[in-house]
Design a protein around this ligand. Sequence first.
Ligand code: 6GU
Length: 225
Amino acid sequence: MRIDIVTIFPAFFDVLDVSLIGKARERGTLDLRVHDLRDAAHDRHHTVDDTPYGGGAGMVMKPEPWGETLDGILGEDAVLIVPSPAGERFTQAVARELADEQQLVFACGRYEGIDQRVVDHYEARGRVRLMSLGDYVLNGGEVAAMAMIEAVTRLIPGVVGNPASLVEESHEDGLLEYPIYTKPKEWRGLEVPPVLLSGHHGEIARWRREQSLERTRVRRPDLLA
Ligand code: 6GU
């Protein structure tokens, strides 16, 4: 998979050369490139923002640097992803859809956002998805893009070492994950649930299922509705 990130803060993405994503890049499983939007801002101060038409607080990202940068990046089959608190909700199901794509391009806005015509222009020519992580506000798209990139890339075959570790997780079956334990059997007076030491695989599976359901009922009843 190819991933391109456009941002005025390329340094946010320096951490993408460590851990599993870094390994996938070294192996060539993942071709990830970070682009500085200011390289396409040609005035002396590399200006990327301006005041909003119609008035209001804050600044708006100018369309021209976005157009020049995205034109040079977007391939035929690319999906342009615009992190935005006004977008559709990013979920595990969306992550699975995106993991099948050839190219994802993340357009990370700052300030109050990007001139609407950038989205309108690329929506008329290809696939664009405005994506929100949840109902809260971040300062820009960078941290959201990072979260989405991690959620998507770990689903690409070969990025996570053991594919079995992908299936028994929170949200993969629509429920929260059951509690997990390792040695020692007793820690600070707290015991590992005896069923897990019983060796009865059927009973263990049933207990885990019940725990998943109970956790989901208490913490995330919206997932069961
Ligand atoms: Cl994708 N962007 C910003 N700026 N804030 C957010 C978000 C995205 N998702 C939740 N809050």
